[in-house]
Design a binder for this molecule. Sequence first.
Ligand code: GLN
Length: 475
Amino acid sequence: MKSYQALSEVQADLSSGIITCTDLVQQYLLRIEEKKHLNAFLEVFTQSAMQKAKEVDEKLKNGTAGILAGMVIGLKDNICYKNHKVSASSKILVGFESLYSATVVERLLAQDAIIIGRCNCDEFAMGSSNETSAFGNVLNPLDTSRVPGGSSGGAAAAVAADLCLASLGTDTGGSIRQPASFCGVVGLKPTYGRVSRHGAIAYASSFDQIGPLTKNVYDSALLLQVMAGKDEYDSTVSSRPVPQFSQSLTPPSGKLRIAYLSDCVDANGLNPEIKDYIYSVIDKLKKEGHTVEPVAFPYLDYLVPTYYVLTTAEASSNLARYDGIGFGYRSPNATDLESTYKKSRTEGFGTEVKRRIMLGTFVLSAGYYDAYYSKGQRVRRFLQNKTNDIFKNYDFIILPATPGTAFKFGQHSADPIAMYLEDIFTVQANITGIPAISLPMGSHSNGMPFGVQVFAPHFAEDRLFAFSQYLMERK
Ligand code: GLN
């Protein structure tokens, strides 16, 4: 099948009659089958996708199709789609079917996107390599001995391998941007409060955001503009008007002020080729007359610990609902109520999820609450203030998305801390709530891609997209 790089290419073929949506879905289904070994999809929604394709073909004929007509999308397996299974890649949700659709799903369907299936991910979105999924590893399509990143590993791999044109992931600490960097696609984490979380299976509610993985900046902007905005089912969504992001990708006028965090770019653990590449981007921007300056942010060491104290606390509370009674798995070995709870959770959750529930329960426990949870909240506020201070003087912050390229399977499995440090450059955006994007700009001599990351102030996605487009044109 043709490798579509943008929705505009699909729509051009649809309007010239070269293909129909029905053909397109059939072709994607075939390709998913051919690439089954990647394990990117846990399930394809053949019936509903074909049904929707037929409907959209009809609408295209009579001129009533929505702006996403022809966009075939994969959903990370923690986003609900009514009457379809969803499991957060966990055994504990085996057999569970969504009773309603996430707000983002409703909005995509209303604009005639076609949802083709659910993508493998780390269990409950906890991980950086997709290795914590209860349903096996996802292979990186660019080198199958390497991980695709996580937790939205299947969603990123699916786009990179042409199994769908775009996908939705969730990003609590980097789960859209890190796999985007590892698989060579565009990954956006919107501002916290830009997109409704209604229907996304919660990991850490004050960090989680849903966002798109796409092949280009325009499609990312288009998807965000469809998904974003006020929602009566999620009171944390801002009622600010949603700009037509895809219409404002013209290069930023005038000279920009861009900060780069020297503590990140000069960090010891950063792969030297990635470091050199970031410096080459900085040089190009300077040559074009923009101000690009190093800014000290000597708090790198606090980011990952703060993230793990606070997100595990929230996770321990969010995951309390999986008790063997209300959802999914119930242990056949249980004999009474207490053993139903204990055995269902023991057998249903994987090791990483259990580790985080225990850590979260510990930091919230009476004796340690002040020492860990309260302190974590204070550090979060401090980091937010320090990040906002940078935006008083600069339009954007530029930094690597990941310390290295996609690593080999098993490389970090024995050492959770080494795995957690994979998030060192991404968690700042979740701790502070700002929007961040990973752009597939770099290619390493080992043959793998890597992302350049850009942070923007809260709710400045319009400028973030315009600048991203500008950068992509200079890669
Ligand atoms: N890799 C990070 C973690 O393990 C981020 C996960 C996420 O963003 N959902 O928590």
